[in-house]
Design a binder for this molecule. Structure first.
Ligand code: GTP
Ligand code: MG
Length: 136
């Protein structure tokens, strides 16, 4: 079966939303395969976000991801990659649809980075690459 990497970003952990996010993943019928609380270093984040290097939001994004603990989750299920991205909602939390994680709990805080609570891999290739980074 397919697997994806889900991250509860520092804003989600700080706001005590980890349980709610896990609940939604489980309620959708996906399986938690592995989970860890991580304090990532810069080199892990540089690899994770290599596709965004050079973009205006890259540095604020990395600083945000270094600002607190992250919960990394290996999730399994048929079509889980697109299924979790559907649960998460669109990137901008202000306009993400209500009913999604970002739409229900996220919004703009006037910062240079979108604090949007969760990450989900966007393709099978990304999932394999990212899972190998966060679960050595
Ligand atoms: P992830 O699941 O976190 O990868 O989100 P995504 O796939 O919906 O977005 P993407 O991979 O394009 O961008 C990664 C992260 O960078 C986003 O989750 C945001 O936190 C941030 N980001 C992306 N685009 C923008 C932008 O245009 N402006 C700002 N300020 N932040 C952005
Ligand atoms: Mg992405």
């Amino acid at each position: 079966v397919e697997e994806t990497l889900v991250l509860v970003k520092p804003d989600g952990v700080a706001r005590n939303l980890t349980g709610e996010i896990l609940r939604r993943i489980e309620a959708k019928g996906y399986s938690l395969v592995d989970i860890r609380l991580v304090q990532p270093d810069r080199s892990l984040l540089a690899k994770h976000y290599e596709e965004h290097e050079g973009k205006p939001f890259y540095e604020p994004l990395v600083e945000f991801m270094l600002s607190g603990s992250i919960v990394a989750i290996r999730v399994a299920g048929d079509r889980v990659i697109e299924g979790f991205r559907s649960l998460a909602g669109t990137t901008d939390p202000t306009t993400a649809a209500p009913g999604t994680i970002r739409g229900d709990f996220g919004r703009d805080w006037g910062l240079k980075v979108q604090q949007n609570l969760v990450h989900g891999s966007d393709s099978p290739e990304s999932a394999a690459r990212e899972l190998s980074l966060w679960f050595k």
